[in-house]
Design a protein around this ligand. Structure first.
Ligand code: NAP
Length: 248
């Protein structure tokens, strides 16, 4: 097992990519903290993890609220005494053109997707520094590299921000043995992508060299790799999980 006894936090783990990551972590032997703003969804994932014989802690917290994040980390330290892995997965999307985007929508997306990751990183960095070890993985997006007209511009901006946050933290925290990376998925089948019409789905698939949409498990496997010792010499990387759609 690649993550035996590691204490791993996955934010937004109630469904989609976060859920797949939490379950894959558990299969790899980790003790998993399932965070989500939706307590019921988080509890369902926790029940699956318990049935695998792994330790799990469910924490309802809104990552955009630093007080809630700080309380979450305190609860984790009380139960497990350490934090080995943080996956900043919680994210929201919004649609529409720049002209129709309200200031409130801009703030909400930036506040969950980018400030949420900052809040979580800030809260665990001291713990990881003391351990002189830790892994942080931010879930960015192809939209953060190329821009995206399917989502409002705040989404791509937040995803570029979270990738750059990973690079900046990778430089800052390397002397403490902490690796910080990101993954940039594209077209993964989750609730976030469920609203696509059949026409749009077909056109997206035709633009992907591997000829299919991604599954949450495709992203989860990339995250496990970056969170494991197999990636110990990798930091500041933004790993594409996109079926070959963008090769940069
Ligand atoms: P999803 O199915 O919408 O799941 C996101 C989860 O995060 C939901 O359970 C959601 O809870 C939770 N969440 C939302 N706001 C939160 C907050 N403030 N604090 C804590 N949890 C919160 O999304 P997904 O498709 O799995 O995407 C996961 C991540 O991958 C996101 O960061 C997304 O931007 C990124 N991504 C996705 C794709 C894709 O094609 N799906 C592609 C590239 C990148 P609620 O259900 O209550 O809102």
């Amino acid at each position: 097992m690649r993550l035996a006894n590691k204490v791993a936090i996955v934010t937004g783990a109630g469904r989609g990519i976060g859920k797949a990551t939490a379950l894959t972590f558990a299969r790899e032997g980790a003790k998993v903290v399932v965070n989500d703003i939706d307590a019921k969804a988080a509890q369902q994932v926790a029940t699956e993890i318990e049935s695998m014989g792994r330790q799990v802690l469910t924490i309802k917290a809104d990552v955009s609220q630093s007080k809630e994040v700080n309380r979450m980390i305190q609860s984790i330290l009380q139960k497990f005494g350490r934090v080995d892995i943080l996956v900043n997965n919680a994210g929201i999307i919004c649609r529409g053109s720049t002209e129709n985007l309200s200031e409130e929508e801009w703030d909400r997306v930036l506040s969950v997707n980018l400030k949420g990751a900052f809040n979580c990183c800030k809260a665990v960095i001291g713990v990881m520094k003391k351990q002189r070890a830790g892994k942080i993985v931010n879930i960015s997006s192809i939209a953060g590299k190329m821009g995206d007209i399917a989502s409002a511009p705040c989404y791509g901006a937040s995803k570029a921000g979270i990738a750059c946050l990973a690079k900046s933290l990778a430089r800052e925290l390397a002397p403490y043995g902490i690796n910080v990376n990101a993954v940039a998925p594209h077209a993964i089948e989750t609730e976030m992508s469920r609203e696509w019409s059949n026409k749009k789905r077909k056109s997206i698939i035709s633009s992907i060299p591997l000829g299919r949409l991604g599954q949450p498990s495709d992203v989860a496997e990339a995250v496990v790799f970056l969170a494991s010792d197999s990636a110990k010499f990798i930091t500041g990387e933004v790993l594409d999980v996109n079926g070959g759609c963008l090769m940069d």
